[in-house]
Ligand binder design. Structure first.
Ligand SMILES: [Ca+2]
Ligand SMILES: [Ca+2]
Ligand SMILES: [Ca+2]
Length: 294
């Protein structure tokens, strides 16, 4: 009986070691995200930010508006946010990783003072300098000194401020994109009617079945079809390698209308970047190139 239990412990340890090893297969890069709020139109003090806006959780007191109103100058026209609650919180914990919070642009009356507090799992990581707003938006640099999962905007007086262009850095997974899987170079004819086949190559740390098909874009273009199939390997060679790949078909005529491709001289090499999200919310991107032959 004891032997069985011991065997189970060894198995569990092995599984966890393999698990840690698998994660190191892919790399990550830090990507700056700026929330401009400019996709939101209209609004007033009774219009709360949409629940789950940009995948984050927001203090329900945040509201947005786009109408001109001195001294609440937006940093990016026309929409900014404010709150009726002496500031408010922004919760980044719905994201798969912590963020590096850079700061945000603030304007308003000089009757209030604003600062940020950054938290990680409930512990205060850092506090920014204090800013007295004016009608000219000013960047309040958070300088927390470490990653956070929650930011509290603290205002000393009512709602005499607004915030715009909230800036933070998120981890993005770098994936291996293979246009025309297993072929090199990736020739592209702008008059072709055949679909352009592109693979996101499965590897240690990237289970391609966790890719949300509806999130995939190449230079903003959605694929016509997505299929999980083992067609190529990280080394760029065609054929199975035991790791399932996400294989997508894109409409070549739509790809040919990308302005960089349209303008390209014959023989030139153009990057096509694929982006998307995994089921746990992780953003990914990868870049491969096409050679324009016609
Ligand atoms: Ca804005
Ligand atoms: Ca290729
Ligand atoms: Ca494969």
């Amino acid at each position: 009986m004891k032997q069985v239990a011991f065997g189970l412990v060894v198995t569990l340890i092995l599984v966890s070691v393999i698990g840690i090893g698998a994660v190191s297969g892919v790399s990550y890069t830090s990507k700056e995200i700026v929330l401009t709020f400019d996709d939101l139109e209209g609004g007033d003090a009774d219009t709360p930010l949409p629940v789950g806006y940009e995948g984050l959780s927001w203090d329900p007191e945040w509201f947005y508006w786009d109408a001109e109103e001195d001294p609440y100058t937006p940093h990016s026209p026309d929409t900014r946010i404010s709150s009726l609650n002496y500031g408010g919180w922004i919760d980044f914990s719905p994201l798969p990783q912590d963020v590096e919070f850079s700061g945000a642009w603030i304007s308003g009356y000089n009757l209030t003072k604003i600062y940020f507090q950054g938290y990680h799992e409930g512990t205060l990581v850092g506090t920014s300098a204090t800013l007295t707003p004016s009608e000219t938006p000013t960047f309040l640099d958070a300088q927390f000194g470490g990653p956070v999962d929650k930011v509290v905007v603290v205002g000393s007086a009512w709602n005499f401020f607004c915030i715009d262009d909230i800036t933070y850095k998120e981890q993005v997974m770098i994936v291996d994109e293979d246009i025309k899987p297993g072929e090199e170079p990736n020739t592209f004819s702008r008059v072709s009617r055949d679909p352009l086949i592109v693979a996101i190559v499965g590897e240690e740390g990237l289970d391609t079945s966790t890719i949300i098909p509806g999130s995939i874009r190449i230079e903003g273009i959605a694929p016509m079809t997505c299929l999980l199939e083992d067609v190529c390997s990280l080394s760029g060679v065609a054929g199975k390698d035991g790791c399932c790949d996400m294989v997508m078909k894109f409409d070549s005529r739509t790809i040919a209308r990308i302005s960089e491709i349209k303008r390209a001289a014959k023989g030139s090499t153009i990057p096509l970047t694929v982006t998307g999200k995994l089921a746990d919310g992780t953003r990914f991107e990868g870049t491969d190139y096409v050679v324009i032959i016609r």
